[in-house]
Design a protein around this ligand. Structure first.
Ligand code: MG
Length: 116
């Protein structure tokens, strides 16, 4: 895997740059915090009411995840965080999760290698 910007395309990257220029890092960081809180609220509602017959809550959760991811991508771009860095952290954390689930000393999730 080679180093790269997040894989959302140049048009989206330009959009994120324009948003950052217009609103600034402080405002965009506040919006990220707000969107993360909306993810928490949507997850909480799903836990409280369950998903049976509540596709509206599942959709709301998906929408809030999208909002939060968009803000994370903007800050990721602003701070020059490489996609590979995030993927490496995610891989390591999935390995830790697998280890905690099944006590596997290898810790590599099924279908992945340490080189992914
Ligand atoms: Mg939202």
């Amino acid at each position: 895997m080679q180093n790269s910007r997040p894989d959302y395309g140049e048009t989206t990257g330009l959009l994120y740059d324009l948003a950052m220029q217009k609103y600034g890092i402080a405002a965009q960081t506040v919006v990220l915090c707000e969107e993360c809180s909306e993810v928490i609220k949507a997850a909480s509602k799903l836990l409280r009411y369950g998903k049976q017959g509540r596709q509206d809550l599942v959709e709301a959760f998906a929408e809030e995840i999208a909002d939060a991811e968009i803000m994370m991508e903007q800050l990721e771009r602003y701070y020059g965080i490489e996609r590979d860095t995030i993927e490496q952290y995610k891989f390591a954390k999935r390995c830790r999760l697998k280890t905690s689930i099944d006590g596997d000393s290898n810790g590599v999730p099924d279908g992945e290698t340490k080189e992914d």
